[in-house]
Ligand binder design. Structure first.
Ligand SMILES: Cc1cc2nc3c(=O)[nH]c(=O)nc-3n(C[C@H](O)[C@H](O)[C@H](O)COP(=O)(O)O)c2cc1C
Length: 277
């Protein structure tokens, strides 16, 4: 099947698919019945589906996406600015979890939502590693503690004094690494890829934002991620393919507590750049 097919009976030649194609490979030749993608330009397609999604006439089909496969955008499900602001401000890092395990299907559902995050050139490079077993999460947290004990953490995580506190608390039964979360979801991406960290962070952000709607809490695992970059015993046990690295990790579980207020944050430092005159 060709990459890009237009039904001339449905196409209104409004040029919308041409304008929205991120790589500008769609063209409407003068007098042609419908737009097309020249064969030599097909390699530039990002398979983002914008051409199919933006056509209000259902005229465009990509080899991988037919219009009838794409759910419609539901205006009644879109949020207004006040709801969005409140939703985003009400998101919290959750650091107290119940011992109730989260079904694998539900963790998979979170990842399924995260896959719709934007990624550079729509490359979708993130691979997911899920540590479902709570005892294993704790064992991995212990490996991170070993990494801290070995004196390896840099300023990326914390100061020497804080590291000492993390170790002392661990020894007294308080897990500052994975916060006693029953599960850990790890985002991995190709080691040499420029946007690995960015794409992973955005995907994890989607996952974190989606979690509360399922009654779940989440928290970024910064210690874990830093250790996974450096600490051979942790790397060995994670056993990633050689070309992959850990780009981020999210603790997940059922929250023990509920937040009742929206905490304050710094004013954003903004510089409005003006043209030089
Ligand atoms: C990249 C990154 C790494 C983080 N690492 C940790 C971590 O290792 N442990 C932890 O408890 N929280 C971690 N956090 C959560 C932050 O501490 C938290 O986002 C911040 O204190 C603000 O709180 P809020 O998320 O509830 O708004 C991390 C957050 C980010 C974005």
């Amino acid at each position: 099947m060709p990459l890009f097919v237009v039904d001339p009976a449905l196409c209104k030649r409004d040029g919308v698919c041409v304008a929205e194609c991120p790589t500008r490979i769609i063209e409407i030749a003068p007098g042609a019945a419908a737009p097309r993608v020249p064969a030599e330009a097909e390699e530039f397609c990002r398979n983002c589906g914008h051409c199919v999604a933006v056509c209000s006439h259902g005229a465009v089909t990509l080899a991988t996406m037919a219009p009838e496969q794409l759910p419609p955008v539901r205006a009644d499900r879109l949020l207004g600015p006040e709801q969005v602001e409140h939703f985003l401000r009400a998101r919290r890092s959750v650091r107290s979890y119940t011992t109730r395990p989260v079904d694998r299907e539900l963790l998979a559902k979170l990842i399924d939502i995260a896959r719709f995050a934007p990624s550079a050139s729509n490359r979708q490079p993130v691979k997911w590693l899920v540590i479902h077993d709570a005892a294993e999460v704790r064992r991995l947290a212990g490996l991170v503690i070993d990494w801290i004990r070995a004196g390896l953490p840099t300023q990326a995580t914390a100061t020497r004094r804080n590291n000492q506190r993390v170790i002392s608390l661990w020894e007294s039964g308080v897990d500052m690494i994975c916060r006693g979360a029953p599960h850990l979801i790890v985002a991995c991406a190709p080691k040499e890829y420029l946007w690995a960290a960015t794409d992973s962070a955005i995907a994890l952000t989607y996952l974190e934002l989606a979690a509360p709607s399922f009654g779940l809490g989440a928290c970024w695992g910064g210690f874990f991620t830093a250790a996974a970059r450096q600490w051979a015993p942790l790397q060995e046990t994670l056993a990633l393919p050689a070309d992959q690295i850990v780009c981020g990790a999210m603790m997940v579980g059922y929250p023990r507590n509920r937040f009742h207020r929206l905490p304050l944050r710094n004013e954003p430092p903004i510089t409005w750049h003006e043209p030089n005159r």
